[in-house]
Design a protein around this ligand. Sequence first.
Ligand code: 13P
Length: 244
Amino acid sequence: MTQRLVIANWKMNGDLAFVEALASSLPSLANVQTVIAPPAVYALRLAELAQEVFKVGLQDVGRHESGAHTGEVSAAMARDLGASVVLVGHSERRSEHAEDDAAVAAKCEQITAAELMPVICVGETLAERESGKAIDRVRAQVMAQRQCLRNAKEVAIAYEPIWAIGTGKSATATEAVQMHQAIRGALEEVAPLAAPEIRILYGGSVNAENAPELFAYSDIQGVLVGGASLDTEQFAAIIRAAAN
Ligand code: 13P
């Protein structure tokens, strides 16, 4: 777990011109691993431009290996495009596409079978936090992925409180650290052998201003960045913050 992980999730944003512009604007720092997850259709071009500066990720893949699943992209196709990382279980997938823990587990299995690195996204709603259920909710989401956590050669968890996504209202570093410690505990219970190598990322309104504070804590081993990753200068600043 020597390198911090900084992942850009473009969601349904960006275009080919942005792909070309981004590739030449990111710093390459020895102790930071940068991953860019564009919409799948841009992954191949981004991978051609990546050199050693960043890796390419996908935001999702299908839960089946192949077959009659119109509109889906398989994990093997992701690898073919040059991706080495796949986000899975993002809260927008869970809410907009009704993906439950079983669907996330099925996708995770496909991702590991294709020898790609899953980044399993977990997080609680505002109502769950306000009613004191945040830790139980997130622990349950982590534990539901025990098979994947045990089997993956490399895997990471991204803690993204739903109330902090796209709202400009990041969790405080203290809130993030408390949850990361709870996640670490859950990992040690369900995947004791793998746990020490599993990085835990924070996501939710991360920007160039709050990144240095988050990275002051060793419990935060990376970040998953939405909106701020669409501004190349700001995203480069987050990468530099991760290096310090
Ligand atoms: P924002 O950084 O825009 O809050 O998005 C976070 C996120 O969902 C990344 O996956």
